[in-house]
Design a protein around this ligand. Structure first.
Ligand code: AMP
Ligand code: GLC
Length: 467
């Protein structure tokens, strides 16, 4: 071992401080970013043991417990709802089930919430990139009711609207319409949360999704008819929300109808030299997942976690590698992202997991690592505060300890790759960047951290490489 753990942590501390300064100085260079497609209202409820047990006892504990073992993946009764919540707590896993019944939707509304936040990857990133980083941001909102528009913070956040034939950009609050409220009910629980004899191995959330628009990747008229004009106004684009697609719908349309439109958008973005990032959320349907891998060559960059990477490896690799990826060890993950780059030719892959991030790029640049470090600070700030309001919140995260367990991986990487230095490895035609992340021990909430990581890294890398 070259340095002691203490020395390594000190080296990373210096890299963190420099990365923060470099990123913050460069971010004003970004002239415009587009975020599409999923925006919704997240209502957040922090679960209370007594309340939850009372509600479950009222409807019958046995029937709810049956759902824990045989998950329905969708909600048309209270048993499904509470069974889903308990399953998520038991496994400590994030889950999202669609609410089919109007009666349950009413129940969820009446149950109430602690906080309202803008939701959906696009919505969350808009408040961060526009509201905190002050980058001019165009965001797609499938619906724009007042309740949702009011959740966008002030700042250069815009939705396109038609004034006659002309496309104008205005803040969502200036374009409110009497449209549907697309509500996702998010039930958060901390590590160790106990209900009956079930205990959460880690903090996480269960989402009851009562939103018929994002479920079909509904695109509003301005995006269907005015996309070329939108593409001309930005330098960067982040695409998300395609994870919900199904093979076919009751009206005879299929996922292909949506993907054709997405591909035409990507063609426009590429025509105007807009760099695009795809946020690869977990996609349950295997065929849709295959098709999403198929469109990756049209993107500049992709972001994913271990579950998403394993689900891709199941298709382009084999079961053994997929299993190893899920276990989180760094070498199989490096093999998997190299495989993904071989298969798709995409130029940048950003992998994030609890404790460390990797970025594999077809180019060499220290800014790739600095962007990951900046993203790790943003993630820690998001975990601490729930909502990042100012860049100072991100600076505060410099005091969060760096994950010591990832330092073991760093040592292993150093043994394997002799030219490994300051988190960067030259792999002949590719560069691999590795950073140990900041970990917040008792996060306020977990939703949206992944979005914060991927968007912060993508835009800050672009900004720093531009300057
Ligand atoms: P996702 O799995 O895409 O929702 O993103 C979650 C990511 O958030 C993980 O991969 C971690 O990197 C990060 N994360 C989760 N919990 C914490 C925490 N307590 N402190 C810092 N980062 C976290
Ligand atoms: C999913 C959920 C949404 C949440 C987002 C956070 O898109 O549907 O409610 O805000 O994930 O990443």
């Amino acid at each position: 071992m070259k340095e002691s753990l203490k020395e390594r942590i000190r080296l990373w501390k210096n890299l963190y401080i420099n990365a923060f300064e470099n990123a913050v100085n460069a971010i004003p260079n970004v002239e415009g970013v587009l975020l599409a497609y999923n925006t919704n209202i997240d209502v957040i409820k922090y679960l209370d043991k007594d309340d939850l047990e009372k509600r479950i006892n009222q409807i019958g504990k046995e029937r709810v417990f049956e759902v824990i073992e045989t998950p329905t993946e969708r909600i048309s009764s209270l048993e499904h709802l509470f069974g889903g919540i308990l399953r998520s707590i038991k496994l400590g896993k994030a889950m999202e089930w669609f609410v089919e019944s109007e009666e349950i939707r009413r129940y969820l509304r009446e149950w109430g919430w602690d906080e309202l936040r803008i939701g959906g990857q696009a919505g969350i990133m808009a408040n961060l990139l526009g509201g905190v980083y002050r980058i001019p941001t165009i965001v797609h909102v499938p619906q724009n009711p007042k309740l949702q528009a009011d959740l966008f913070v002030d700042g250069p956040i815009y939705v396109p609207i038609f004034k006659g034939k002309e496309l104008k950009l205005v803040h969502p609050k200036e374009a409110v319409k009497e449209e549907n409220e697309l509500i996702h009910y998010i039930y958060e629980f901390p590590r160790g949360f106990q209900v009956f004899d079930i205990q959460a191995p880690r903090e996480n959330r269960f989402i009851a999704n009562a939103d018929d628009y994002n479920a079909r990747v509904y695109m509003r008229k301005e995006f269907r008819e005015g996309f070329e004009k939108i593409a001309k106004r930005v330098e960067l684009a982040i695409i998300s929300g395609l994870q919900v697609l199904k093979e076919y719908y009751s009206d005879g349309t299929t996922y292909r109808d949506v993907l054709d439109r997405v591909e035409s958008h990507l063609n426009s973005l590429n025509r105007y030299d807009v760099r695009s990032h795809f946020e690869f959320a977990y996609t349950a349907n295997r065929l849709v997942r295959e098709e999403l891998i198929g469109i990756l060559p049209k993107f500049t960059s992709v972001g994913l976690n271990e579950v998403e990477l394993a689900s891709i490896v199941e298709i382009i690799g084999d079961e053994t590698l997929a299993k190893e990826v899920l276990e989180g060890h760094v070498f199989p993950i490096i093999d998997a992202i190299n495989l993904l780059m071989d298969e798709t030719g995409i130029g940048r892959i950003h992998f994030h997991t609890y404790g460390y991030y990797l970025a594999l790029t077809k180019y060499r640049s220290e800014e790739v690592r600095d962007a990951l470090l900046f993203a790790s600070l943003a993630a820690a700030a998001k975990a601490m505060k729930g909502n990042i309001e100012r860049i100072e919140h991100i600076r505060d995260a410099l005091s969060v300890p760096t994950n010591e367990r990832a330092i073991v991986f760093e040592e292993e990487l150093e043994k394997e790759f002799t030219e490994f230095e300051n988190g960067l490895i030259d792999m002949v035609d590719r560069q691999l960047a590795f950073v140990p992340t900041k970990i917040v021990t008792s996060p306020k909430s977990t939703v949206g951290i992944g979005d914060t990581i991927s968007s912060s890294a993508f835009i800050s890398e672009f900004a720093m490489r531009k300057s």
